[in-house]
Design a protein around this ligand. Sequence first.
Ligand SMILES: C[S@@+](CC[C@H](N)C(=O)[O-])C[C@H]1O[C@@H](n2cnc3c(N)ncnc32)[C@H](O)[C@@H]1O
Length: 311
Amino acid sequence: MGAPFFHSPVQDLVDHKIAAAYNEAGEQYLAYADGAAGDLFAFDGDYAYGDRESWALLVAKLKALRAAGRTELGLLDLGCGPGTWIRRLVIEARRLGFSRVRARGIDLAEGQIAHARKSCSALARLPGVTLHFEPGDIRAPFSEKDGSVDLCLCLYGVLNHLSVRDMGAVLREAARVTGGWFIATVRATGSTPTIYVDSLQAARGFRQDNHFDRMDVELANGRHISFASHLFSSAELRDLASGAFAIEDLRGLDLFHLRFALDARFNPTERVRADGLLPELDRLEEACCRHPGMIDFATHLLLVAKPRTEG
Ligand SMILES: C[S@@+](CC[C@H](N)C(=O)[O-])C[C@H]1O[C@@H](n2cnc3c(N)ncnc32)[C@H](O)[C@@H]1O
């Protein structure tokens, strides 16, 4: 495939900082991102609303493949972190009757890959399941054959850590291997604040620099971490993805739930508990998630795309 994939010493240092940040976060990242570790399908973490919506979409795509008669499934998770989404998908795919599931997760942070391997070891031994987690950089070409991946995922902030310069090549490579859908979520320009690797409570202070696309964090334990963080507008993401993909949907995920969260730092918690609030927030999300003036205030943007077919 084409450019860029060059690695300067400066780029190596930037990569090292991202990997180090997620390696250091370790299991804490899992608890922060996914909530109660016990139940994979509880969706009770900080991002519960977005998780539930993303999961409903993924299940719908699995069902569409089964309805089309497919019994074999190919999954690729770019920046898989602790492997939570692959675990969910492999379990659900077997439940829906896929008899062969081939899945691979790639991540720059070896510590996250180690978690993924550990938590998926029983799943990986099931008959008909081929499951690998590999340390690696999603800016390098993928080993998958053209069109061999039914669901290619890149969820929760992975693309925010790339330089925009690298995005075109990564998306073209994702389109090359995808036969079904490419599904990505990224942090939006107007999203609620994040330090990516842990909850905001774990930070004494942080700064998102949109000029240099950097996030600097002073953690509660006194350590400083600093890594690449580019926030996307929906227009920018659409432009970048359109080069390689036909966009099926681009919507905001969580415009309201986090802003109304049960968080004593910025909300009167009794009011948040009011009956009927959550269904009302769901209704507002649905009504506003594609609104041109509101979409960029979502916590994440959700992209659903199919590779462009020639001609
Ligand atoms: C916020 S986490 C999301 C993890 C996972 N997708 C999830 O939803 O739980 C972002 C992940 O992207 C990984 N990452 C960042 N840049 C990467 C790159 N160039 N290649 C591979 N992984 C990368 C980080 O190591 C981290 O595990």
